[in-house]
Design a protein around this ligand. Structure first.
Ligand code: FAD
Length: 289
């Protein structure tokens, strides 16, 4: 973990672009609550195969204009170089200077795979097209990507993204801090020293957490699953237990030297804010985690 301690800590919140006017209003209220704790940046996801392209642009530009730096996610699968170049130019013109660069997943039934096959090719293309303008974040998988041929191959593929010019990484969420510590140790052995910020998923709903985790290859440990299951419909107890478990893990990560946290908010303020407040992140200049 030594390599991570040299980096300035940054704290961020991720949103998805809302579909409806009601969703937009809700996100605005969530944005206001989260902006009040002064995060380093917001980020906005990009639907599989570009399915949310216009909504992502609209959400990013609207949030960015309101004063908190906002990073679009950009996935290359299903897209052309020309389309990606247009997006990069648009973001640059609008003062955006950070991008979360991903391969992404194709929506089911979509055949074409696009001109860039992997995230390392996207990072390379962004560097070719926009030079050093953007701070590039890439995805990291402490529990390994579900389609990786092996753990070793996945680490090598992560290294390709760094070699192509990624500045830092955000992890897939996990509930086992040791997987993150081990991942960082492996990167150190490979002489990879970019900030790798843990992605944090607040626990709010048992069934959707289990479903989503199966899809993205994140493990929900048995003791957490069993306890959540036992709460049944008691959403208050689920929230309370989830907040405690995730706060404890974040505390452990920060104490060990993690260079910040990135919250998957799912467009809800309270679950992330409670953890943020438990950790005292707003006082980050004054406290040593
Ligand atoms: P890559 O790094 O390209 O890796 C994908 C797979 O291919 C891995 O198994 C890897 O080992 C392998 N691989 C990589 N490079 C090579 C290569 N050169 N040769 C052979 N094999 C290779 N998805 C969205 O659709 N929209 C989002 O906004 C979004 N945001 C995300 C944000 C974060 C922080 C994270 C962690 C994930 C996000 N995802 C998002 C999910 C992500 O798109 C998926 O996990 C996707 O399957 C992989 O994307 P990647 O950028 O990690 O791909």
């Amino acid at each position: 973990m030594q390599s991570q301690k040299q980096f300035k800590r940054r704290f961020s919140f991720e949103f998805f672009p809302p579909k409806t006017d009601q969703g937009k209003e809700k996100l605005q209220a969530v944005r206001d609550q989260l902006a009040a704790v002064n995060p380093d940046f917001f980020s906005v996801t990009f639907g599989a195969g570009g399915s949310t392209r216009d909504r992502t642009i609209e959400t990013v530009l609207s949030l960015h204009k309101q004063g908190i730096s906002t990073a679009p996610h950009l996935s290359c699968v299903g897209g052309t170089r020309q389309e990606i170049a247009e997006l990069l130019d648009l973001y640059k013109e609008n003062g955006i200077n950070r991008i979360v660069a991903l391969r992404g997943d194709l929506p089911s039934g979509m055949g074409a795979s696009g001109e860039l096959r992997y995230a390392n090719e996207l990072v390379e293309f962004i560097r070719e097209h926009s030079g050093d303008h953007f701070n590039l974040e890439v995805a990291a998988y402490p529990e390994f990507h579900p389609q990786a041929r092996s753990a070793e191959e996945d680490l090598k593929n992560f290294a390709r993204k760094v070699q192509a010019g990624a500045n830092s990484a955000i992890t897939q969420y996990f509930f086992n801090a040791d997987s993150y510590f081990y991942f960082i140790d492996r990167l150190e052995q490979m002489n990879i020293t970019i900030p790798v910020v843990p992605g944090i998923m607040p626990i709010v709903n048992f069934s959707s957490l289990v479903r989503f985790s199966e899809m993205c290859g994140a493990e929900v440990p048995r003791w957490i699953r069993k306890q959540l299951e036992a709460y049944g419909d008691d959403s208050e107890s689920i929230l309370k237990f989830g907040e405690e478990v995730v706060t404890n893990m974040c505390e452990k990560l920060l104490k060990a030297g993690a260079p910040g946290l990135h919250f998957y908010t799912l467009n809800q303020a309270e679950p992330s804010i409670s953890i943020w407040k438990n950790l005292g992140i707003s006082e980050r200049e004054k406290i040593a985690f």
